[in-house]
Design a protein around this ligand. Structure first.
Ligand SMILES: Cc1ncc(COP(=O)(O)O)c(C=O)c1O
Length: 473
């Protein structure tokens, strides 16, 4: 098994080899390491890192890498941001563990999240905490379920999700995500319906945007309207779908950006049919150039879920921000939810410091400005390289798709993998292996990135792709 995973790779030193072999003997690589940050879908050996600073990674063989990937969307301030480390150390001197007690940093964080909540939720929402992205989505599903059944007295409780959206790897979120390889590992099923997420470059309905007139959202509306062969129950005058889970931009899906009409139209459908809209903002928090992705699209969901960069990746903490009415019955009964680490004081201190740093350094605006600059640079690469089929951006986040033939849009997993591997040989970390064909990349630079660093990254990418294009794959 191990032999199948390890390929020869110039950029992997002897010590990384040795430690990686030890590692796979004792830890299951089903965790995703084989397709993780550095493997990018290559099923290959990963350098073992023993030093990080800002954008720099150094491995146990002393090799250095420029990691533009942003730690899988958890590194909005780069690696080991001092302000966050200092906040954790400072907090540890007083209250360092408080299983679900209110603490000063926890109250401060909850107040701050309510104060920055999107649109009409501002100052009228409530929050809940847990330890990370998947658990937060589980909790959002519980809150929505409880509200729909106990408060709204809904008779059915199907939920709707989108093909290609990623929501985590707990049992529930694996079902919600619905990637075929995730569902294979799940012991039970639930009524989770799926519809295509709009990806105009590869439209599921083979339509052309904008001539399609947003056929994909009309399709959802039609299913809500129709009974028997749709989601409406004429007897109860209700729809079987009570909640929609959605990402404002598919990150794990490989940087798929819906057209501008999608989010407002989806919000309208939810309003028209009394359906809750839960936004999974876990990898997009701050990266869109706004606190929350929904602000980019100028709509307000009913629930917003955040994790990852809430603490700049320095503590496993997530939060739900939901409209107050959703908590009405929830709060009346004890024991709705509990976790020994929810609202952990060190995590809350890390989150407070992260949010303060984003504000003090005006990093949301940097994400917007540098994100556009990066996007233009990638569009330039796309115009010169026959293998780059699509590029997208969402604030500072960039998505790319590699193809064998630009006219036919033939996806190429091999080219995408070769780009990750060649980039690593040049000391640049990219994240590939994403999307339906494994041929998409996502780049999540930290919000602190400068235009000079982007120019450096674009130069390395240009060299890398040029080399790959000269090789037969
Ligand atoms: C959109 C989205 N939701 C949920 C998650 C799960 O977060 P975690 O890995 O912290 O459980 C991720 C992780 O990549 C994600 O991208």
């Amino acid at each position: 098994m191990l032999r199948n995973i390890i390929h020869d790779n110039n950029s992997i030193g002897k010590e990384s080899h040795r430690l990686f072999e030890e590692f796979v003997e004792v830890e299951s690589i089903g965790s995703g390491t084989k397709v993780g940050m550095y493997g990018g879908g290559l099923n290959q050996l990963t350098p073992v890192i023993d030093y990080q600073d800002g954008f720099l990674l150094r491995d146990v063989d002393g090799r250095e890498y420029f990691d533009i990937g942003g730690s899988m969307a958890s590194g909005n301030l780069g690696f080991r941001p001092k302000v966050v480390l200092d906040a954790i150390i400072e907090q540890s001197k007083t209250v360092a563990h408080a299983p679900d007690y209110p603490t000063i940093p926890r109250i401060a964080l909850a107040k701050k999240l309510v104060a920055i909540a999107p649109g009409s939720m501002k100052n009228s929402a409530k929050v809940m905490f847990d330890v990370g992205g998947g658990p937060m989505m589980d909790l959002a599903a519980k809150l929505a379920y409880f509200y729909n059944i106990k408060v709204k007295k809904r008779t059915r409780n199907a939920v709707l999700a989108f093909y290609g959206c990623y929501h985590g790897r707990s049992i529930y979120t694996s079902l919600l995500t619905g990637y075929s390889n995730f569902v294979d590992t799940i012991p039970a099923g639930q009524e989770i319906l799926k519809v295509p997420y709009p990806h105009c470059y590869r439209c599921y309905f083979e339509k052309q945007y904008p001539a399609c007139n947003m056929f994909c959202t009309k399709y959802i509306r039609t299913l809500f309207e129709r009974s028997h062969a749709g989601w409406r129950n004429n007897d109860t005058d209700d729809t079987m779908v009570t909640t929609v889970f959605v990402e404002p931009y598919q990150c794990h899906g490989g940087g798929i950006k819906p057209p501008k009409e999608f989010y407002p139209e989806l919000r309208q459908i939810c309003d028209d049919f009394g359906v809750l809209m839960v936004e999974d903002n876990i990898p997009t928090f701050t990266y869109s150039g706004h606190w929350f992705g929904c602000e980019y699209w100028k709509i307000v969901p009913d629930v917003v879920v955040i994790a990852k960069s809430l603490t700049a990746g320095m503590w496993p903490l997530g939060a739900i921000i939901a409209k107050k009415e959703l908590y009405e019955s929830w709060d009346e009964m004890p024991d709705r939810h509990y976790c020994s680490y929810m609202g952990h004081p060190l995590g809350c201190a890390a989150a407070n410091a992260t949010i303060k740093e984003v504000e003090d350094r005006n990093l949301l605006s940097n994400a917007r400005e540098v994100g556009e600059f990066f996007y233009k640079g990638l569009q330039d690469l796309q115009s010169r390289h026959p293998t780059i089929g699509e590029v997208t951006n969402f604030g500072i986040i960039q998505g790319m798709e590699f193809v064998r033939d630009k006219v036919r849009r033939t996806p190429s997993l091999e080219i995408s993998q070769a780009v990750v591997r060649e980039a690593l040989n040049r000391g640049l970390v990219l994240l590939g292996g994403l999307g339906s064909y494994g041929n998409r990349h996502i780049i999540h630079p930290s919000l602190t990135v400068t235009k000079e660093q982007i120019v450096h990254c674009l130069k390395l990418m240009d060299e890398t792709i040029t080399v790959v294009e000269k090789t037969e794959y």
